[in-house]
Design a protein around this ligand. Structure first.
Ligand code: 13P
Ligand code: SF4
Length: 441
C-alpha cells in the first residue's frame, strides 16, 4: 500500500492533469502536496502563524504559536532518495548518541527512521529508556516534545524537527485564559473543602496541552490525563474534588465522563471569551465537569453519516473511533479508544475482520498495510491529515540530524525548570493513579 503522502501527490497530479482526482481518492487540500517549508515561508512573510493545509487549516493560530525558520535550500531541493540516504548516514554516524521517536500520526517517510513508534505517552516513556542518548529527535508535535524534555535526563536535548509542528487543540487553551477561568470558578465556589474533604474543583489537563498548563495543574492540586487513562484520572479527581475543570478537549472530557455516568446537564461548556464561560452561576454550581471549549480538527471530521455509510457498505464492520471524536460519533461507533487501544484491538481480532477507524489517516493507512489479514479503512473518505504532524518532513529530519552530527543542536525544545517542576507533579500524579476496583473488574 502506498503512503498517505504518495497518494496525496498522485491525487494532486491527476487533478492538475484532468481537473478531477481521477482514480485516487480526494484530499482536503491540493496544498498538501507542497513541501511544508512553503508554509513556513508564507507565514513568515504574512507575519502571522498558521497551521497550514490539512484538518486544522481553518483554525486560528495564536500569535505566540512557534514558527519555523527557513530550511536551507539544499534540503528543499533534495530528492526523496537523497534525503533518505542522508538521514541513514547521519543516523549511523550518531549511533547511540541519538534516538528518533515517531508518533503514530507521522507520515511513513518519517516513521521508517524511528527507533520507537507509539502514542504520545509511550514515546515520552521511550525517551526515558535511552538515557545514554544525548539527543531525542521527536517526530511528533510540540506538546509531546515538551513532555519528553520534562521526563528526560537533564543532559539530554529534545529536538522537534519543525517548530511549526504545534497542535491546534492544545493552542485552544492558553495559561492566561485558564487562569482567568480559575479565578472566576474560585470566586463562585470558594476554596473550602466539603464534609468529605473534597475541594470545590480540580483542574485536569489532557496531555495535549502546553507545559504551562500541566504546571498549572501541578500547582492547583490537579493532574494530567491521556486518552488511554482519562477515566482513571477522572476517578482520581472525583475522589479529591466536587467538580473537575477539564481542558482543552471538550470531547474527551464529555465522552469519558458520560461513560462514567455523569449526566450531560452536569457538563457545561466553558467559552473562554465570555464571562463565566457563557454560563449562569447555578449551572456552574451544579456542574460535575466544566468542559473547556476545545476540539481536535482531525477528529471533528468524523460523522455519524460516515458510520452509517460504512455499515451499509460493509455489514458486520467493526467501527472504532478515538475519544476526541464528537459524542454522537462515539455513541454510534462500536468502540472508542486511544491510538494504542485501536492498535491492540486490531492486533487481537480474528483474521478477516473489517474495521472502519476514526482517527488520523497516516495511522489508519499504516495499520491497513501492517494487517493485510483484515480490511481496514478510515471512516473519512477524504484524505485530510493532521496539519501539524504533517509539518515534519524528511527534509527537516535530515537537517536536524546532520546538525547534530556536526555538533549543532537545532530546534531544541526546552521547558524552563520553574515550569517543569510543577508540570512533573501533575504528570507524576497521573502515573501513580490506579483504576478503581470496579473498573478493573
Ligand atoms: P495519543 O495520546 O493517542 O498519542 O494521541 C495524540 C493526539 O494528538 C491525538 O489526537
Ligand atoms: Fe492536535 Fe488533533 Fe493533531 Fe492530535 S491530531 S496533534 S490533537 S490537531
Amino acid at each position: 500500500m502506498s503512503s498517505v503522502n504518495s497518494t496525496i501527490q498522485l491525487i494532486t497530479r491527476e487533478q492538475a492533469e484532468n481537473g478531477t482526482p481521477g482514480r485516487a481518492q480526494s484530499s482536503c487540500s491540493t496544498e498538501l502536496a507542497k513541501g511544508p517549508w512553503e508554509f513556513d515561508l508564507a507565514e513568515a512573510l504574512a507575519g502571522t502563524p498558521g497551521y497550514g493545509p490539512g484538518a486544522s487549516s481553518a483554525d486560528a493560530a495564536p500569535a505566540a504559536t512557534p514558527r519555523q525558520g527557513q530550511l536551507p535550500q539544499e534540503y528543499k531541493d533534495a530528492s526523496d532518495d537523497e534525503l533518505e540516504s542522508r538521514i541513514i548516514a547521519a543516523k549511523a554516524e550518531l549511533g547511540d548518541r541519538v534516538v528518533i521517536l515517531g508518533h503514530f500520526y507521522q507520515r511513513d517517510e518519517v516513521v521508517k527512521f524511528a527507533d520507537f513508534v507509539g502514542d504520545s505517552f509511550q514515546l515520552a516513556n521511550a525517551a526515558k529508556t535511552r538515557d545514554a542518548a544525548e539527543a531525542i529527535v521527536f517526530c511528533g508535535v510540540h506538546f509531546m516534545a515538551e513532555t519528553a524534555d520534562m521526563l528526560s535526563q537533564p543532559g539530554q536535548s529534545v529536538i522537534l524537527p519543525n517548530l511549526a509542528a504545534g497542535c491546534s487543540m492544545a493552542d485552544m487553551a492558553d495559561a492566561p485564559s485558564v487562569e482567568a477561568c480559575w479565578e472566576q470558578l474560585e470566586a463562585l465556589y470558594g476554596t473550602e473543602p466539603d464534609a468529605e474533604g473534597r475541594v470545590p474543583v480540580i483542574p485536569v489537563t489532557y496531555m495535549n496541552s502546553s507545559a504551562a498548563l500541566k504546571a498549572f495543574c501541578g500547582e492547583h492540586g490537579g493532574i494530567v490525563c491521556t486518552s488511554s487513562n482519562a477515566a482513571t484520572v477522572l476517578e482520581w479527581a472525583f475522589e479529591r474534588g466536587q467538580r473537575v475543570l477539564f481542558f482543552p478537549d471538550q470531547h474527551l472530557g464529555r465522552n469519558t465522563a458520560k461513560a462514567m455516568g455523569v449526566p450531560l446537564e452536569a457538563m457545561p461548556l466553558w467559552n473562554p471569551r465570555l464571562p463565566l464561560g457563557g454560563n449562569d452561576a447555578v449551572t456552574l454550581q451544579d456542574a460535575r465537569v466544566v468542559l473547556w471549549q476545545g476540539f481536535c480538527s482531525v477528529h471533528k471530521r468524523f460523522t455519524v453519516a460516515q458510520i452509517e455509510q460504512a455499515r451499509a457498505d460493509f455489514p458486520g464492520v467493526r467501527v472504532i473511533v478515538h475519544p476526541e471524536c464528537p459524542m454522537e460519533v462515539v455513541d454510534a461507533a462500536d468502540e472508542a479508544g486511544s491510538t494504542d487501544y485501536i492498535l491492540k484491538a486490531i492486533d487481537a481480532a480474528p483474521a478477516g475482520t473489517t474495521f472502519a477507524i476514526g482517527t488520523e489517516i497516516n495511522m489508519v493507512n499504516r495499520l491497513a498495510a501492517q494487517y493485510p489479514q483484515h480490511t481496514i479503512f478510515c471512516l473519512d473518505p477524504v484524505i485530510c491529515p493532521c496539519s501539524t504532524m504533517y509539518r515534519i518532513h524528511p527534509g527537516y529530519l535530515a537537517w536536524v540530524l546532520e546538525g547534530l552530527a556536526a555538533g549543532e543542536v537545532r530546534n531544541r525544545i526546552s521547558v524552563p525548570e520553574a515550569t517543569a517542576v510543577n508540570a512533573r507533579i501533575a504528570l507524576e500524579r497521573m502515573l501513580a493513579a490506579k483504576p478503581s476496583a470496579a473498573r478493573r473488574a
